[in-house]
Design a protein around this ligand. Structure first.
Ligand code: NAD
Length: 337
């Protein structure tokens, strides 16, 4: 049986990555759309064979409760709208997948978790890298001791924000984005340090810089560098930028070997190398559609009544840590957690 999914927000990521990926899902099918633009929704409904009666707008969204074809709602809106639409969706009796970052504030994240709990529905955050085969291989290599004892992690995520791209205009607005490069892509560096180590940081320091007079950074930050200490002694150095060109990499330094994933968090192409004393090994792993894998993971969690691997609590933890990263940079003080 395939569960029925509704996508909320027909923007760049939803239409270019998520909607096409349902074709590769085994336990999930796209059955409904929620959009403020009826003509756009009708166009996609026709393309994906969705019954036009299953098109909703932001006003009649709550009536989705009366649609038994919809089991799960996938929120792919600007960050500041995640909480409201996740909560309304849970209150409509549907399971929720929500894009990263989970929400803008800790309070919003908590309210989302509470709403899902109250409605007895699952809530998962779409941390695709935790379902992607190259990242899973890196986690296995690091945690099984094959690199020796892990000493340090470096992870960098950056891109050059494009004010002409409609998907980037809301990202320049604090009210809609919640934060700058850290909230949008630095979160991948932060996630990487947590899923590679399997630990939670106990100390944070950070510095930020935004190019003066660059109109893109009037409200949100350009660059954030942050350092984390983990309980086992692992130190992580991360950077996040809206100013440098496409970078998505993770390096793990062990006492015996260094692992490099570059690109680490791309959509369809990854590269994993392991450097040892006696040379460099390139690992070739079967690429899979990580979007289909994460979508099916939530459907399977619902069918088997299991907690998804990346539940709301995982999203909340990142929002909490990102707020501490901002606090550390504001105060210039190392924060002990
Ligand atoms: P986008 O601007 O292309 O899409 C957002 C959609 O929301 C648009 O269709 C827009 O019309 C709609 N919308 C509804 N109400 C709006 C409002 N009040 N203001 C602005 N837009 C409104 O952006 P996107 O790049 O598709 O990002 C959407 C979400 O997906 C974000 O949370 C982002 O972080 C996330 N995302 C995740 C990944 C990933 O790899 N997991 C990649 C890209 C984006």
């Amino acid at each position: 049986k395939k569960l029925g999914w509704a996508v909320v927000g027909l923007g760049k990521f939803a239409t270019q990555q998520i909607m096409p990926s349902f074709a590769e899902c085994k336990q999930s099918k796209l059955v409904a759309l929620v959009s403020g633009d009826r003509a756009k929704a009708e166009k996609y409904a026709q393309q994906y064979g969705i019954n036009p009666k299953n098109i909703y707008n932001y006003q009649n969204y709550d009536s989705i409760r009366n649609n038994p074809e919809v089991d799960v709602i996938y929120i792919i809106l600007p960050n500041a709208l995640h909480a409201e639409y996740s909560i309304r969706g849970a209150q409509a009796g549907k399971h929720i997948m929500c894009e990263k970052p989970m929400a803008v504030t800790i309070e919003e994240c908590q309210a989302m978790i509470n709403a899902a709990k109250k409605a007895n529905r699952k809530l998962m955050i779409a941390y695709r890298a935790q379902y992607e085969p190259y990242n899973l291989a890196a986690i296995e290599l690091a945690r099984s001791g094959q690199l020796g004892k892990i000493k340090a992690i470096v992870s960098d995520h950056g891109r050059n924000l494009d004010p002409k791209d409609p998907a980037d205009t809301w990202r320049m607005q604090k009210k809609l984005a919640g934060g700058g490069s850290l909230y949008d892509i630095g979160i991948y560096s932060l996630q990487a340090t947590r899923y590679i180590t399997g630990e939670e940081p106990i100390e944070i320091s950070a510095i930020t810089h935004s190019t003066p007079n660059d109109p893109r950074f009037r409200e949100i930050e350009e660059n954030v560098n942050f350092t984390l200490r983990f309980p086992s002694g692992i130190l992580a150095n991360c950077s996040s930028s809206y100013g440098y060109s496409d970078t998505k990499r993770i390096q793990v330094f062990g006492s015996d070997a260094t692992l490099e994933l570059d690109p680490a968090t791309d959509y369809y192409k990854h590269r994993l190398t392991i450097k040892r004393k006696n040379g460099i090994e390139e690992r070739n792993i079967q690429e899979k559609n990580q979007f289909a894998l994460e979508i099916d993971h939530l459907s399977e969690s619902i069918i088997n009544n299991k907690q998804p691997k990346t539940p709301g609590e995982e999203g909340l933890q990142d929002v909490r840590l990102m707020q501490l990263i901002y606090q550390a940079s504001r105060t210039g003080k190392t924060i002990k957690i």
